[in-house]
Design a protein around this ligand. Structure first.
Ligand code: 13P
Length: 249
């Protein structure tokens, strides 16, 4: 039985004045039927982790450097994230692959660094609109998985997030059949790479325009174990109904 996960990615949004959103979620969830994760910007990690302490809400980061320390101005190492109170880190997000030319090889190195620091890696993959229209979706996501997943990955230290690039921040979502197809293929691929028991236990999130009004339908799709939510995770009043929908899925 896979424990479901509602993860929020605040991206480059939020200052200290937004911390009450995390406090509100934490206060509303002393315990929860699903795992709840908020990934604020790095500037807020330590304060967010303190606010969430003792609740069902855990705090994660949005990126890490592959090295544990060193001369890398402006970067943050995975052990530093853990020290700040993060329990997870998003890696390979399409915005980082695009904005910072991150390759799958780099994503694999970062994912290994996250594992070494004891962090849960949320590994993102997904096709662009041009790739979907060119019938390349399955080829793209399976290649991203092959090249981004280090052999340190297990169902305990890694979660996959399927995020079609064209669905992020657009209000567009794939059909249920399209999501089910990709998630089914991903689970089969994990079985090839890590074996059937890990594949059976690894959580697969869907991300891209998940909102309170479409969450229940998305969570009813086979092989969807939760969501990675951008815009709708910024306010507790939007994220709470998504958490509730996951809890009753
Ligand atoms: P939106 O929910 O804003 O579409 O963002 C999805 C996403 O990129 C989460 O990582």
């Amino acid at each position: 039985m896979r424990r479901r996960l509602a993860a929020g990615n605040w991206k480059m949004n939020g200052t200290r004045q937004n911390l009450p959103e995390i406090a509100a979620l934490a206060a509303a969830h002393p315990v929860a039927a699903v795992d709840i994760l908020i990934c604020p910007p790095a500037t807020l990690l330590a304060q967010a982790a303190t606010l969430a302490e003792g609740s069902a809400v855990t705090i994660g980061a949005q990126d890490c450097h592959p090295a544990p320390s060193g001369a890398h101005t402006g970067d943050i190492a995975a052990p530093m994230l853990a020290d700040a109170g993060a329990r997870a880190v998003i890696l390979g997000h399409s915005e980082r692959r695009a904005d910072h030319a991150e390759t799958s090889a780099l994503v694999a190195a970062k994912t290994r660094a996250a594992h070494d620091a004891g962090l849960l890696a949320i590994l993102c993959l997904g096709e662009t609109l041009a790739q979907r229209e060119d019938a390349q979706t399955i080829a793209v996501v399976t290649e991203q998985l092959r090249a981004s997943l280090p052999d340190s990955a297990t169902a305990t230290n890694t979660v996959l997030a399927y995020e079609p690039v064209w669905a992020i921040g657009t209000g567009l979502t794939p059909s249920a059949a399209q999501i089910a197809e990709v998630h089914g293929v991903l689970r089969a691929c994990i079985a090839e790479h890590l074996g059937a028991p890990e594949a059976d236990q690894m959580r697969l999130l869907y991300g891209g325009s998940v909102k309170p009004d479409n969450a229940a339908a998305i969570f009813a799709i086979a092989d969807v174990d939760g969501a990675l939510v951008g815009g709708a995770s910024l306010r507790a009043r939007d994220f709470a109904p998504i958490i509730a929908a996951l809890g009753s899925a």
